[in-house]
Design a binder for this molecule. Structure first.
Ligand SMILES: [Zn+2]
Length: 451
């Protein structure tokens, strides 16, 4: 089956046209969430397809871009595993070039001072990784028929993952202090710096820096993801603390969703539960973006019926007990989405689809690994370990093999929405430092994970 002949049941002609025109989000513009929910959007790779096109352009690699076009990937409604594997392999090598660890930028001394120093002893691993990545994209360029179209990107990237596993891990401790050691661009390119307060009183705060283009990519991801539950005429209230700041989550949602006809409001950071309640009564939003704690409060205030016109919400910013989501779906009769993102990934990372079989990853921006939190050994899909992220396209402050502390596993079975791409399974909590114990945020309990 050629990529052009993907199953028709999930799409329609106008959606395909919109996708070809690069207006992926527009296909749901004007539909209520109910219609969107009813008419499947097709593989959730739509979250990826516009980003993937953009990332190919970002590579400034005419040969790769032409091969991509010739393979029909540029027009693909959803992207087969082979396309994603080739793209991630290309982006990974480009990342190490940008960091100053490979290629011409290494010779010229550009890149991140931190990673150039950290990875200096790993030159042979990096060369192997470059070679392995080249093999993947040469397969795409020269022998397109040799790999099954829908083969999981996880399978195809396995050799690359193996080499990646020989490189050192990084953590929040590394990005505490002077963030300039991490910069791959001049400071003029920095559009926003986010300082993360730490729970301990000792130690420097973590700082993350983003460019206009880093923020723009997140804006597009938010718009495509939220278009699953909002459309023209909807009123969205963003309740997340801190989201109202310039270039914050509410700002990015506003810029992403206004063109779709969604009105976006943000609550001030220190809003009390009463203010949240009053604002909901005043604005009567049809959708919310909120933290799990805020959802819990609202479910307490409105136990049986959704407040006002509420038809959907997205929960983010913290681990969410899924019984809360189920309670809201049942009692409020609303559509729900759970999002996983951390500031280090420029807020957005992975999002549920209506299939509810895990979080679809921004494959054009993030490479996920699961490791044993004690030994650092890579764990296969399905096994619970610590989620480790590599931000493939961040311009200013990319992170390589960054330990999140979050406990999860990867899924490579096909999603209910038909996507063959790997996903992050439900987040289970956080690993207690230096242990394999997962702290369950709700009960504060630890549960030992047999690894
Ligand atoms: Zn899905």
């Amino acid at each position: 089956m050629s990529n052009h002949a993907r199953p028709e049941q999930n799409t329609n002609a106008s959606a395909r046209e919109a996708d070809r025109a690069g207006q992926v989000s527009d296909q749901v513009c004007g539909q209520s969430y109910g219609q969107v929910w009813e008419h499947s959007l097709g593989p959730q790779d739509f979250l990826l397809s516009s980003e993937a096109r953009e990332s190919v352009r970002d590579l400034h690699d005419p040969l790769f871009a032409r091969a991509w076009e010739e393979q029909g990937f540029a027009e693909a409604q959803g992207l087969p595993g082979r396309a994603v594997a080739a793209l991630q392999a290309r982006l990974l090598v480009r990342l190490f070039e940008r960091l100053g660890c490979l290629g011409t930028e290494k010779r010229q001394g550009f890149g991140s001072l931190f990673y150039r120093t950290l990875l200096a002893p790993y030159q042979s691993s990096l060369m192997q990784l470059q070679q392995s990545c080249r093999q993947i994209w040469e397969t795409m360029l020269e022998a397109p028929g040799t790999v099954a179209l829908d083969e999981s990107e996880f399978v195809l990237l396995a050799p690359v993952r193996k080499i990646l596993a020989t490189l050192p891990l990084t953590s929040g401790r590394d990005i505490a202090g002077d963030y300039r050691r991490f910069l791959c661009t001049s400071q003029d390119e920095v559009a926003r710096i986010v300082t993360l307060t730490t729970s301990g009183s000792t130690g420097a705060a973590k700082r993350l820096a983003f460019s206009v283009r880093d923020l723009e990519r997140t804006r597009k991801f938010f718009a495509a993801g939220m278009a699953q539950i909002v459309g023209n005429g909807d009123v969205l209230l963003v309740c997340l603390p801190g989201a109202e700041r310039p270039d914050g989550v509410a700002d990015l949602l506003n810029r992403g969703l206004s063109p779709l006809g969604v009105t976006v409001h943000a609550l001030p950071s220190a809003a009390s539960d009463q203010v949240v309640q009053e604002t909901i009564a005043k604005l009567s939003p049809t959708s919310l973006v909120l933290a799990p704690r805020q959802l819990q409060t609202l479910l307490h205030i409105f136990p049986d019926k959704a407040p006002g016109r509420l038809r959907s919400f997205l929960v983010s910013a913290d681990w969410c007990d899924h019984s809360l989501l189920q309670q809201a779906q049942k009692n409020w009769q609303v559509a729900t989405l759970d999002h996983y993102g951390i500031t280090e990934t420029c807020f957005g990372c992975a999002l549920e689809c209506r299939g509810k079989t895990g979080y679809h990853i921004r494959h054009a921006d993030v490479l996920c690994e699961i490791i044993d939190p004690l030994t650092g050994e890579i764990l296969p899909p399905g096994e619970v370990g610590e989620l480790v992220l590599t931000t493939l396209r961040q311009e200013v402050m990319p992170l390589v093999r960054y330990r999140t502390g979050d406990a999860a596993s990867l899924r490579i079975d096909r999603c209910n929405c038909t996507s063959p791409l790997s996903r992050i399974d439900r987040l289970l909590g956080r690993f207690a430092p230096g242990t394999r114990d997962i702290i369950h945020p709700k009960k504060g309990e630890r549960c030992h994970v047999p690894l």
